[in-house]
Write a protein that binds this ligand. Structure first.
Ligand code: BGC
Length: 358
């Protein structure tokens, strides 16, 4: 009898500790479970933002948050009203990849008033003190790697040249574009100054090389004009420094349509599927691989730290001044991809399947 009683007691104790453990789990997840994170992406037109949005949604949900994910069709007023709606709905935190860095100040002043923290995703939001953190890939390093790739591919350290190069970069309203361009030009400029690299179009400055909205069509028509003015007589174009894949695609399209010389070295960024296919086909020499899964993971850990009342992890507190002060930043590291290493980087890592690249 006594034994039976002890047995029952032990059973009861086990059941109650099990129940307590379940209850504890409920409490822990309920901390994030009743919080909503607003995620604003610029557009669905470009592959990368779809991936960024999907990754963010998946990881935030896994961490127990509700997610309001919106894409703004590259239209600034649409993005502003999406943000205003989220603020009106009292989201707990905003993660924003802006279309145009300077257009969100007024909307974000409301976020600040309501004490809604804001993380700038990939692109810095300018001239507002409402941004708490910034997470991105090292944008200057992206440009440096593109420049260095060209230096190596043309063997500029030993060859006498001269080699012809043209430059194409991104949207002037995207703070990243300037960083990409400067990173590349800091590597290429000494060769331009010494005459080893020649920009026949003379379009060497950021403004001349910029592409509104990073548009493939605009990139294509600008390069078609350059080819017909400077390379139509068979003059060889050796390289095009393109800051990203949507512009690189425009370059490849333009050359296919108008250029008869030997195919130049073309750089890019993002490893979009169309561009990796071009890389495999020898129509684009390289792209920068920014593993958006890493960026999303980093941003979710920032969200979590902030929602728990702490400081978010950062590794750069000097590079990104948005006009109102330095924004503490986490920089992920970009790497270059080309026909030699893309399998390891993109397929073995599970970023793409082999079939997607056929
Ligand atoms: C991003 C690039 C992207 C470009 C065009 C930039 O802000 O950092 O990865 O190619 O926007 O969307």
């Amino acid at each position: 009898m006594k034994r039976r009683l002890v047995g029952i007691l032990i059973c009861l104790m086990m059941i109650s500790s099990l129940l307590a453990a379940c209850g504890k789990k409920d409490k822990e997840t309920s901390g994030s479970g009743d919080k909503t994170i607003g995620v604003c992406m610029p557009t669905k037109d470009l592959q990368r933002w779809n991936q960024d949005g999907e990754n963010m949604e998946k990881l935030l949900k896994e961490a127990g948050y509700k997610v309001d994910l919106q894409f703004a069709n590259n239209d600034i007023p649409t993005q502003v009203s999406q943000i205003e709606n989220m603020i009106a709905k009292d989201v707990d935190l905003l993660v924003i990849a802006s279309i145009e860095g300077d257009s969100l100040g007024t909307a974000l002043a409301q976020a600040k008033e309501k004490k809604i923290p804001v993380i700038a995703y990939d692109r810095l939001i300018m001239n507002t003190d409402a941004v708490s953190y910034y997470a991105t890939f090292d944008n200057y390093m992206v440009g440096q790697k593109q420049g260095e790739y060209i230096v190596e591919a043309l063997n500029l350290k030993s060859e006498a040249g001269p080699f012809n190069i043209e430059l194409i970069t991104g949207d002037p309203g995207d703070n990243n574009a300037q960083f990409f361009f400067n990173g590349a030009m800091d590597v290429l400029n000494p060769y331009i100054e010494s005459g080893k690299l020649v920009v026949k179009s003379g379009q060497t400055g950021f403004t001349a090389a910029a592409t509104a909205n990073w548009s493939t069509a605009d990139a294509q028509s600008r390069i078609e004009n350059i080819v017909s003015s400077f390379y139509a007589d068979g003059t060889q174009l050796h390289a095009v420094m393109a800051s990203n894949d949507s512009t690189a695609l425009g370059v490849a399209n333009a050359l296919t349509a108008t250029y008869t010389g030997e195919w130049p070295i073309i750089t890019g960024q993002d490893c979009d599927i169309a561009n990796v296919k071009n890389m495999i086909a020898g129509k684009q020499a390289m792209s920068i691989f920014k593993d958006t899964r890493d960026l999303a993971k980093q941003v979710v850990s920032m969200v979590d730290a902030i929602m728990k009342g702490g400081d978010a992890p950062v590794n750069d507190t000097k590079s990104y001044d948005n006009g109102k002060g330095i924004v503490p930043t986490y920089l992920c590291e970009p790497v270059f991809a080309d026909a030699n290493n893309y399998k390891e980087l993109l397929i073995d890592s599970g970023y793409y399947t082999e079939d997607q690249l056929k």
